[in-house]
Design a protein around this ligand. Structure first.
Ligand code: URA
Ligand code: URA
Length: 270
């Protein structure tokens, strides 16, 4: 380990593993910086390795470095504390005009250690009244998708929105409102580090993927948000208006179930 490049790489990989480790995540992704260093190593490293008298496998712990266990009480406690603090910050937010019309902010519902996060658009009247996302008619459909479709409890997943305050008369959120509110969503996803994100509808997809491509074109393929695999499907409100497309959402959900290793019930396959 006399080669400084090796030391730097090992340190980078340790940092990376600690930053991305999740007990149920199957893969980690290399940052461009680390990838570049590994590339440099593969061209310059063999000479350095030959000059090093220690045996390399024992000296380059890389992925075998003990990672913190986010499932341990202290760590999941820290995550919940951070989310609680964020929720309080959101509750006091006055960054955009939506704060004037809200009954309360709508932060999230579900398990902060969830394997999957559903991201919707913005609270409606029911959500504004109850302070919980997806509790109205569209919420019932999402709950059915989770419970009857995926065979999970609603409490097992994490549900949130791009926008934390109800837009008046359920109008679309304005770009400036999304811009002000998005950092809260970014932080939620950073803290939770789910294995997969499901973007519900155009606003979630546009915000997370920075695109204007239609939902119908974005679904049916894997995307990525900060290293987290992401699928796009139709928004439950859209499905209430266009029930024929429920079949497509069920296909999207089955892809996610397959990815997570959740068994698809017999007779329910597409
Ligand atoms: N629609 C959304 O996008 N989010 C909710 O919380 C409710 C309805
Ligand atoms: N447009 C939307 O806003 N949402 C959908 O789910 C589909 C089309």
């Amino acid at each position: 380990m006399s080669n400084p490049l090796y030391r730097e790489i090992v340190q980078d990989i340790r940092t990376l593993v600690e930053a991305t480790a999740h007990p149920r995540r199957r893969t980690i992704r290399l940052s461009p910086e680390v990838a570049a260093k590994l590339e440099a190593l593969s061209s310059a490293g063999s000479a350095a390795a030959a000059a090093d008298t220690h045996s390399e496998p024992a000296e380059v712990p890389a992925a075998s470095t003990p990672a913190p266990d986010p499932g341990s009480p202290s760590d999941s406690g820290a995550r919940e504390a951070a989310l609680d603090a964020l929720e309080k910050m959101v509750a006091m937010c006055t960054k955009c005009e939506l704060c004037h019309g809200r009954t309360q902010t709508v932060f999230a519902d579900g398990d902060p250690t969830a394997r999957i996060v559903f991201v919707g658009e913005a609270p409606g009247a029911d959500e504004d009244r109850q302070g919980v996302p997806f509790v109205g008619r569209a919420g019932q459909l999402l709950t059915d998708i989770i419970t009857k479709g995926m065979g999970l409890q609603r409490e097992e997943v994490y549900i949130c929105n791009v926008i934390k305050c109800r837009p008046p008369n359920n109008r679309d959120p304005k770009p400036a409102e999304i811009e002000q509110c998005e950092p809260y969503l970014v932080e939620q996803l950073r803290l939770i580090q789910p294995e997969v994100i499901c973007a519900l509808g155009a606003h979630a997809a546009r915000t997370l993927l920075r695109t204007n491509v239609a939902v119908g074109k974005l679904r049916d393929q894997w995307h990525e948000y900060c290293g987290i695999p992401l699928r796009v499907t139709y928004h439950p409100s859209y499905l209430l208006r266009n029930p024929a497309d429920k079949r497509k959402t069920w296909e999207d959900i089955q892809v996610i179930m397959e990815y997570l290793g959740i068994p698809i019930p017999q007779g329910k396959g597409s």
